[in-house]
Design a protein around this ligand. Structure first.
Ligand SMILES: Cc1cc2nc3c(=O)[nH]c(=O)nc-3n(C[C@H](O)[C@H](O)[C@H](O)COP(=O)(O)O)c2cc1C
Length: 186
């Protein structure tokens, strides 16, 4: 989809609109970005996550994870991340650099858990074994009650947005920081 009339400030606004839409729309391609981190050996790691919150004014994004997962420990040691989103519908790629802060417990985690504890998604945070543990066929994986959960919240403070639009009429790319932007060669 070409967006010839959009100026760069419009584009910044549209990016955040699409991120907001992705929270509501299960089929939005930006709902499931790829999150890249650096592991303890200094090697790259990347995986899909579900976008759970987007706040344009604060320039923050959130996702949920099992706090025993390798990525949680990686983020604690090395909080700089990259996120990549692609939407075929929009013909837009979005690359984000951000810094992560982690919540293991507290009122925000409690509020999210209250909201999701009765939903099927709750099972993602209740397994007896940690993500990445070796799977054993006969081991019981589900605790008998759901009071012991492992939900953690990761908040990403966005440092820059690198937007790329593919269009027959010519690709366009713009990079946005908190108070500046510039066109870049695609
Ligand atoms: C569509 C999709 C959505 C996913 N969403 C999440 C998510 O929101 N949080 C999460 O921790 N893992 C999510 N996962 C699983 C991760 O991609 C990953 O396999 C898992 O978290 C272990 O990652 P780690 O070993 O880097 O910690 C998702 C996977 C897929 C395929």
């Amino acid at each position: 989809m070409d967006t010839p009339l959009l100026t760069a400030p419009d584009i910044r606004q549209r990016i955040w609109q699409e991120l907001q839409r992705a929270l509501q729309d299960r089929h939005h391609e930006w709902r499931t970005p790829v999150l890249a981190t650096v592991n303890a050996d200094g090697l790259p790691q990347a995986r899909t996550v579900v976008l759970r919150h987007a706040d344009a004014r604060q320039a923050t994004l959130q996702f949920f994870t099992d706090k025993r997962s390798p990525k949680f420990a990686e983020l604690e040691a090395a909080p700089s991340v990259a996120l990549v989103f692609w939407s075929k519908r929009l013909s837009w790629q979005l690359r984000i650099q951000a810094t992560a802060t982690l919540q293991r417990s507290g009122p925000d985690v409690d509020a999210v858990w209250t909201r999701i504890s009765q939903s099927p998604a709750a099972g993602d945070y209740l397994s007896a074994k940690a993500p990445g543990d070796v799977w054993e066929e006969d081991a019981s994986d589900t605790p008998s009650d759901n009071t012991q959960h492992f939900l953690g919240i990761v908040t990403l403070r966005v440092q820059n947005l690198d937007w790329l639009e593919l269009a027959r009429t010519g690709h366009r790319r713009a990079v946005f920081t908190a108070d500046q932007w510039e066109w870049r060669v695609p």
